[in-house]
Design a protein. Structure first.
Length: 281
């Protein structure tokens, strides 16, 4: 049972924290969140104050929500962190880099909210799904995958995405979270290209991106293996990553894994024009 010290009024400044609160059954204590939280967790669409996120937070609106806990996560700006601290509420700041970090964050939030067993259950379910996918892809050919979280500048996806790519039966190209050039990616000639741009939902313009980067001759493009995966499935370090795992598995081994909603593919590449067209998988 929740103790006297358990937060009753929580402010979430990052979608990952909101998704975690939902997963552990504690949304009833969420009094304010960001507009991006609404995008990934429809249950918070009404009845909550909408605030700026961890990047642009302001003290006065946080104070007005009267929180006894504020949860934020990377990316931060120093001045935004100063504003959060100025609000005077308990502050939990998260900065995960790996799946292990994310599991720890889930259990930490669950512990603070007085429901540690729910956190453990969520993590156990995520681990089981990842292990099951890894087992199904063991021994299969491992396509080389370039996965990006931003287009301009070009930035590779985070470390936890690299782990999910490996679990889904692929080999992650490049340094997770690092900026690189389109030419560098072209030199590696990946088997699969995946775009999951922060804040873009599932609306990355695949055809235009391939054309503008001079990637039309890459193996992934000529074989129709260029995909857009919905932003929150890979960039939100929370239980929604399991949907990202399913999307990655469908991209890398479509013979074994069905496509999911929020997953698009370039296909029908003309060898004469090398102009790819898009289709929804």
């Amino acid at each position: 049972m929740a103790s006297h010290y358990t937060p009753k009024r929580v402010v979430s400044l990052q979608p990952s924290a909101t998704v975690i609160l939902h997963a552990i059954g504690q949304l009833d204590r969420l009094v304010a969140c960001t507009k991006y939280c609404v995008d990934v967790c429809a249950e918070v669409k009404s009845g909550r104050i909408i605030l700026e996120d961890s990047w642009t937070a302001k003290a006065d609106p946080i104070i007005a929500a009267r929180p006894d806990l504020v949860i934020a996560a990377v990316p931060y700006q120093e001045k935004a962190v100063a504003e959060i601290l100025k609000a005077g509420a308990r502050f939990l700041g998260l900065a995960p880099k790996s799946l292990a970090d994310i599991f720890t964050d889930i259990c930490t939030i669950a512990g603070i909210m007085g429901v540690p067993d729910r956190g453990e259950s969520v993590v156990s379910a995520m681990r089981a799904e990842i292990d099951h996918t890894r087992d199904r892809t063991r021994g299969l050919p491992r396509p080389r995958v370039f996965c990006e979280e931003w287009g301009k500048p070009l930035i590779a996806s985070q470390g936890w995405v690299a782990e999910l790519v490996e679990a889904a039966g692929g080999s992650f190209l490049g340094k997770p979270g690092a900026q690189c050039s389109p030419d560098h990616v072209a030199e590696r000639d990946p088997d699969v290209l995946i775009a999951a741009w922060c804040g873009a939902g599932d609306r990355v313009p695949l055809e235009k991106t391939v054309r503008n980067r001079g990637w039309s001759g890459l193996r992934a493009v000529t074989q129709g293996r260029v995909y857009c995966v919905r932003d929150e499935f890979l960039n939100t370090p929370a239980p929604t990553l399991i949907l990202g795992l399913k999307a990655l598995a469908a991209a890398l081994h479509p013979e074994l894994f069905p496509p999911i909603e929020g997953f698009r593919c370039i296909t029908d590449v003309s060898p004469e024009t090398r102009v790819p067209k898009e289709r929804v998988v």
